[in-house]
Design a protein around this ligand. Sequence first.
Ligand code: SF4
Length: 141
Amino acid sequence: MKDYKGISGAPCLTHGCSRCCHNTEMMLTREDVERIESLGYRDFYYESDGFLYLKNKNGKCVFLGEDGKCKIYEARPYGCRFYPYIYDYKRDQILLDDDCPYANEFSLQKPQALKNLVFMILKEREERIKRRMKNIKIELS
Ligand code: SF4
């Protein structure tokens, strides 16, 4: 597994906060999917506009336990490791998510690692879209 421990401190643990795991819009890489599938999980993501996202159930990430802890913490998606730093696709920008109440307590230690992750997510999306375009059936008559 790549070293994507990109943030210092653990304000979420200190504050017992799991807000980011509610109504999550976390993007996944192929590697995230394969790592989580290797634990035996299925049906935990969906594709939208070429991106892969974690699914929610009853307003919470499918992996958030009743105790407020992540069930796959050691294998959690790379994006979760960087939260509250997120990639905003619409603005094409990496930013600190203002939904996180403790955002200012984090500091990004490896900005390049986060950029590499965003690059990988965008590259995978491009490949997915190209594959889809190749498979478009045209029936004009
Ligand atoms: S995978 Fe874990 S850390 Fe990531 S959103 Fe789900 S519960 Fe939270």
